[in-house]
Ligand binder design. Structure first.
Ligand SMILES: [Zn+2]
Length: 148
């Protein structure tokens, strides 16, 4: 089952400023290996890798039932081309090429851990949203990023 590899870096979301750390790439071995800036790649002809991740700015509870929670997530898709120089993934983020941000919106389904009540699940979503909105007006920031 060819999939992707993980890529760990600290990238500041241009919209909210939160650190996005988990990215994926399909340009390496796609064996669920873990890479980070400064790592060497096996194919020394490779000139760049494409990595992608997301920053979720808001979660909306759709429903809770029988130990499951359905959540709608709203955020941005962050995609970056990272140069590979002499087989080494570039560390300098100034050389990275970030694609224009895309808004995303998707549903997700999770199991509620046995030790959590429904009220705690709701509270965790409220806390998540509060933390994301504390310092920034997301709508304004997105307009600004698009040059509106
Ligand atoms: Zn963000």
């Amino acid at each position: 089952m060819g999939m992707f590899d993980w890529f760990y870096a600290e990238v500041s979301c241009p919209i909210c400023g939160n650190r996005v750390k988990d990215f994926q790439t399909k340009d390496l071995d796609s064996l669920l290996d873990r890479y980070q800036p400064g790592d060497h790649v096996h194919d020394d002809r490779l000139k760049k890798i494409n990595v992608y991740g997301e920053c979720i700015h808001r979660k909306e509870l759709e429903k809770i039932e029988e130990g499951m929670v359905f959540i709608q997530n709203f955020g941005v898709w962050i995609e970056i081309n990272i140069p590979v120089v002499d087989g080494e993934i570039a560390r300098d983020q100034n050389t990275w090429e970030m694609f224009p941000l895309k808004e995303i919106d998707f549903g997700s389904l999770s199991f509620i851990p046995d030790d959590m009540t429904n009220e705690e699940v709701v509270l965790s979503i409220v806390r998540y949203n509060d933390a994301r909105k504390r310092d920034i007006n997301v709508t304004e920031a997105l307009k600004k990023a698009r040059g509106e």
